[in-house]
Design a protein around this ligand. Structure first.
Ligand code: PLP
Length: 264
């Protein structure tokens, strides 16, 4: 029996179709051989065609989930995904300050690929001022980086500038995910590390609509690797490769924007 098994925590919203959100986090952490616990913040009714409805959970049960986990488990790293609105971001921030769950990965989830809003506009300021300063790694895609920095991102230079601006908000390490750059034939992510070192991580663009949950999977994989004690740079490189493998070996589920293959 293993005793010091690494444990990680996903603080996120659920995706009823099982492809993104908390379900993607659980599958990823499990696949990375890390035990996964969860604090559910919101519930979405969604499938591969879109998000049909969503509801944030009451503060009381969110606080209680944090306390239950802190009282019993030994969480070594955590991540945030969909946080719904400003009030819910604040609840999460308070709990992250109260309990030690190790390094924090902030995936600043705002809009689903189908266009549904997963974070109200008023929450952006709370994320910038209160959540990002707690983050070991922040993982925005280009539209999210634009919202966080008020920049328009059209080039690699813009991505570098956005990375620096997000680091200036208090994040230790930043990855700007380049997958949303429509013209490029490679998906290049810009990585800016705590020590100032920066580099690009590129993978071949895969022509598929089965990319539902890529952002969740990347941040969950980084959290899982950090829970094992891996350093941040290696965790980021491993996560990029893992996401690429889950897209490459995609499976057909549903009639739309399908999920990744988590046993890739
Ligand atoms: N649903 C939930 C609950 C999520 O947390 C996310 C992303 O974080 C999504 C949907 C969006 O997934 P995608 O944009 O990959 O379709």
């Amino acid at each position: 029996m293993m005793t010091d098994f690494p444990q990680a925590l996903s603080i996120a919203g659920s995706d009823s179709s099982g492809g993104a959100g908390m379900q993607a986090d659980l599958k990823t952490m499990q696949e990375r051989h890390v035990y996964a616990a969860t604090v559910l913040v919101a519930i979405t009714a969604q499938n591969t065609l879109g998000v049909q409805d969503s509801v944030p959970l009451p503060a009381k049960i969110i606080n209680e989930q944090f306390t239950s986990i802190a009282d019993d488990l030994a969480i070594k790293a955590c991540k945030t995904g969909m946080l719904a609105d400003s009030e819910h971001v604040s609840i999460v921030v308070e709990n992250l300050k109260k309990y030690d769950f190790g390094p924090l990965i902030v995936d600043p989830v705002m809009v689903a690929k189908g266009g549904a809003t997963l974070l109200t506009e008023d929450a952006v300021i709370t994320i910038k001022e209160n959540l990002i300063p707690l983050a070991t790694v922040v993982t925005p895609n280009i539209p999210e980086a634009e919202v966080l920095t008020d920049l328009t991102i059209n080039s690699k230079e813009d991505m570098i500038m956005a990375g620096q601006k997000i680091k200036a908000l208090g994040a230790k390490n930043v990855i700007i995910k380049g997958g949303h750059q429509a013209s490029a034939d490679t998906a290049s992510d810009f990585v800016l590390l705590e020590n100032g070192h920066s580099f690009w991580l590129s993978s071949k663009r895969i022509d598929t609509i089965r990319t539902h949950g890529t952002g969740d999977t990347l941040s969950a994989c980084i959290a899982a690797e950090l829970a094992k004690g891996v350093d941040v740079e290696t965790a980021i490189i491993t996560a990029k490769k893992y996401v690429e493998a889950t897209i490459t070996d995609g499976i057909i589920v549903g009639h739309g924007h399908g999920p990744l293959n988590h046993w890739a």
